[in-house]
Write a protein that binds this ligand. Structure first.
Ligand code: GLU
Length: 308
């Protein structure tokens, strides 16, 4: 039955072509939305030029099409959204939920990554400083009980994190003027009406920060599911740094089948020889997110998808 309320998304950063690990996130988010008769949107997260690889966005979109992962609506490029991000940042500043921070990276390292709010209340100028969200002020403004953010993950179950103990006030705008991933992703998920976010387990510890921002901005909190990570034989998450291979062309059927199998959807062996369209149709019909294993240590990827 069609449920127009269900809207999923895939939000790759254009730091390289898709590999097996990123294909899994694309397929899982696509299947979850389409199984419910919903929409699946694609957003290119291109607001960090130093990490961008030229041509990667076009390659990713082509790879999605070749795997039969057709998106609804126009692709959103975050680089076109920067004006919105600054409007929302100004709003948060106007609510006294942020402050400028001049602390260096070295100081943060000496604090073991848990920021101690040293610049809070110092009214530093916005020049050559970053902007941080004040967790304590956000808690007061939203009426939350404390800094422990809890949510139920459709795959991993209950998850909770104390933001002050594990992280401290976090950056919304970097010193170099770039908007942080945490702020941009929350604004776009809201603007695109995303109801379910399915992505890799490596992002689960970003979710509490995103939920706090959603609370501060009065946004609806989407449903979250984090899929286990695909690992190489050295126990490293598949990534460009860890020897992931670019997905080869003309093997899309095989890759789709292997991905559905890895996600423990139990695709029948005969499906392996079918067309991309048939595999996608089978996947949509039989998709069952509850079959994806709840493991925080990852699952080995088939050997052909990496070189290590
Ligand atoms: N752009 C992020 C990445 O490629 C994913 C963002 C998200 O799914 O929230 O790692």
């Amino acid at each position: 039955m069609s449920s127009p309320q269900s809207i999923g998304r895939f939000a790759p950063s254009p730091s390289g072509p898709l590999h097996f690990g990123s294909l899994l996130a694309a397929i899982a988010s696509f299947m979850q939305a389409k199984h419910k008769g919903g929409k699946w949107l694609v957003r290119i997260e291109d607001i960090d030029p130093p990490r961008e690889v030229s041509g990667a966005s076009a390659t990713i979109l082509k790879q999605l099409e070749q795997h039969g992962l057709w998106w609804d609506d126009d692709v959103v490029y975050q680089s076109n959204q920067v004006g919105h991000y600054f409007e929302i940042l100004n709003y948060l500043e106007g609510q006294y939920l942020t402050y400028n921070c001049s602390c260096t990276r070295q100081r943060l390292i000496s604090l073991k990554g848990i920021y101690d709010a040293k610049c809070h209340g110092q009214n530093l100028s916005s020049e050559n400083t970053s902007v941080r969200l004040s967790i304590s002020d956000s808690i007061k403004a939203t009426g939350m009980a404390n800094d422990r953010i809890k949510f139920y993950d459709l795959i991993m179950g209950d998850y909770a994190q104390s933001l002050i103990e594990t992280l401290g006030d976090f950056i919304l705008r970097r010193r170099d003027g770039l908007i942080s991933y945490q702020l941009a992703v929350v604004i776009d998920d809201h603007l695109q009406g995303i109801t379910e976010i399915i992505r890799g387990f490596d992002l689960i510890d970003s979710t509490p920060r995103q939920i706090l921002l959603q609370q501060c901005l009065g946004y609806k909190i989407p449903v979250y599911a984090h899929i286990p990570l695909a690992m190489n034989s050295l126990g490293q998450k598949l990534s460009k740094q860890h020897h992931a291979r670019q997905l080869p062309q003309n093997k899309e059927q095989e890759q789709l089948w292997l991905a559905l199998n890895w996600l423990q959807q139990q695709p029948p062996t005969e499906l392996r020889a079918c067309s991309v369209d048939d595999i996608i149709k089978w996947g949509i019909t039989h998709w069952d997110i509850s079959k994806i294993p709840c493991t925080t240590t990852g699952i080995s990827a088939p050997k052909s998808f990496y070189t290590a």
